[in-house]
Design a protein around this ligand. Structure first.
Ligand code: NAD
Ligand code: DAU
Length: 369
């Protein structure tokens, strides 16, 4: 919805005028079967201004169900593959000739990076180099990298970070993403590759894999499990509904300045404790479960190693330069998410069959849950 609105609004008329329907340019989207990527793909295909090629390895986090209903054809093509595969990437750049690349592909979960950092370095850093190298060789017009507030590290007792804030990643995940950002900026300066970076805060919404805080809590409530909060639960995060982030990414693709970084944040800091408490209240309200029994299931478990206390970003740049604003309140976004997971329990069952149980035991046994 949001992206469609933006692409039809006055600011993007130049895109329609210059490219025209008949000569639609190609956008290569990587990781489009994951959480944020699938929301992005749905919107961009619906807006019908680009031909979209979705390259995804379909790891545990990538699921064709997430893009169900998007018909393959002239406007959309799915390719199963790895961004680290140089031969495949070269073939895709040569045959598809993408004007724009948007890189969502990543190993994205901090707890998994603590269990094994290898796939994080491979995909998030080496895979990034493979994509950048192809983009440089094939004269891509715009390369948008999806980055994270985690690259700034722990902001405990510091003022919120603007885009100039030093990088100080704490987890292997965050370090692999910071390395990718630096590589992208190096390609921009050294080779003139037109790179733009988007650093966003914690996303939530439909199709998010239930290893992340909000869908994990919703699922645990639905299946009658305890609600594990790491440490004292006073860590602070900023939460953005996924549609608002997709909207921001669309604006950066259209009008973001080359070589620049854009923070995307609601600037609304919440402790994990408060988020889980609010989620229990809303869950009780939305699906009619007893609220006290939900609060009683909260367990404070051993903290995540290296856990950052606080992320906080200034989003003044994207607000003032591009006119972006988040539109979905935390209350509204959580209600939408709860309803979606409640109505899509077969999706939840499907993604949590198999290896999910081993993952859950590995992390939550460590946490003493
Ligand atoms: P996700 O884990 O839900 O999806 C990642 C997707 O990438 C999956 O479809 C997976 O199959 C694919 N993938 C993984 N390795 C690949 C490889 N080697 N080649 C091709 N495809 C591969 O992630 P997400 O939450 O949608 O995050 C998307 C991007 O946004 C990531 O780069 C992440 O670092 C960044 N980000 C996420 C958040 C958040 O809160 N989820 C916040 C800030 C930034
Ligand atoms: O901040 C942006 C980042 O947000 C993205 O770059 C990452 O890809 C994404 O995974 C997310 O990372 P976090 O580690 O912040 O998200 P997660 O949902 O895992 O955890 C959110 C907070 O909740 C964090 O402080 C840890 C805590 N937590 C998480 C889980 C899964 C718990 O207390 N209990 C849990 O069971």
């Amino acid at each position: 919805m949001l992206l469609g609105t933006i692409l039809r609004s006055g600011s993007s008329d130049h895109l329609v005028a210059s490219y025209g329907k008949a000569a639609m340019k190609t956008m290569l989207v990587t990781g489009g079967c994951g959480f944020i990527g699938s929301h992005f793909i749905r919107e961009i295909v619906a807006a019908a201004r680009w031909r979209v090629v979705n390259l995804d390895k379909l790891t545990y986090a990538g699921n064709l169900e997430n893009v169900k209903g998007i018909a393959e054809g002239e406007g959309y093509r799915f390719v199963r593959g790895d961004i680290c595969d140089r031969t495949l990437i070269e073939a895709l750049y040569s045959h598809e000739r993408p004007a724009t690349v948007v890189n969502f592909a990543a190993e994205s979960h901090v707890d998994r990076s603590i269990l094994d950092s290898t796939p994080f370095l491979e995909t998030n850093t080496l895979g990034m180099q493979v994509l950048l190298e192809g983009a440089r060789k094939h004269n891509v017009e715009r390369f948008v990298q999806l980055s994270t507030d985690e690259v700034y590290g722990d902001l405990d007792r510091l003022s919120p970070s603007d885009e100039e804030h030093p990088l100080a990643p704490s987890s292997p995940y965050a370090a692999s993403k910071a390395a990718a950002d630096l590589l992208a900026l190096a390609y921009c300066r050294t080779y003139g590759l037109p790179v733009v970076i988007v650093r966003s805060c914690n996303n939530y919404g439909p199709f998010q894999f239930p290893e992340k805080l909000i869908p994990l809590m919703i699922r645990n409530i639905l299946v009658g499990k305890d609600l594990p909060i790491y440490g004292d639960g006073m860590q602070q995060r900023e939460w953005i509904y996924v549609d608002d982030n997709v909207d921001a990414i669309a604006q950066v693709i259209e009008r973001g300045r080359v070589g620049e970084i854009y923070n995307v944040s609601t600037e609304d800091e919440q402790t994990n404790r408060d988020v889980v408490r609010l989620l229990c209240d809303l869950m009780a309200d939305e699906v009619g479960v007893d609220v006290k029994s939900l609060h009683d299931r909260v367990r404070f478990v051993i903290d995540r190693p290296g856990h950052d206390r606080r992320y906080a970003m200034k989003a003044a740049k994207i607000r003032t330069q591009l006119g972006w604003e988040p539109r979905v309140s935390l209350d509204m976004g959580l209600r939408r998410s709860i309803r979606w997971y409640f109505d899509n329990q077969p999706w939840l069952d499907n993604v949590t069959s198999g290896a999910y149980r081993q993952y859950y035991d590995a992390v939550y046994a460590r946490a003493g849950a």
